[in-house]
Design a protein. Structure first.
Length: 108
């Protein structure tokens, strides 16, 4: 069974959190806010294309906007496979941390 990379996990979680508002700029802002990571649009597009090829996200073009010169934004949503991948990584993290006290400094 293959797990997600941490970067893929962050991106999928941002898409899940943003729901129908998951587009390039909103994803960059959400990841910066929630994880403190800075992404470029170019890097984001590459990652989103890879996730789409893996079947973890689906994309669609929104309605044209006069502010964008008539172009529609690309929106992303999780597929069933994407949700399952997030559930697997959530279970893995729970399993890995099981038995460690909070705070983990008490483990020493």
């Amino acid at each position: 069974m293959k797990y997600l990379s941490r970067a893929d996990e962050l991106l999928l979680l941002a898409i899940l959190k943003l729901k129908e508002n998951a587009h390039g700029v909103s994803l960059i802002k959400e990841i910066r806010k929630s994880a403190g990571k800075k992404l470029t649009l170019g890097g984001l597009w590459v990652s989103l294309d890879v996730l789409a090829k893996k079947g973890l996200v689906a994309k669609h073009v929104g309605d044209p906007s006069p502010r964008r010169g008539g172009k529609g934004r690309l929106y992303y949503r999780l597929t069933e496979e994407g949700l399952e991948a997030l559930e697997r990584v959530q279970e893995l993290n729970k399993s890995l941390w099981m038995g460690f006290p909070k705070p983990i400094r008490n483990y020493r």
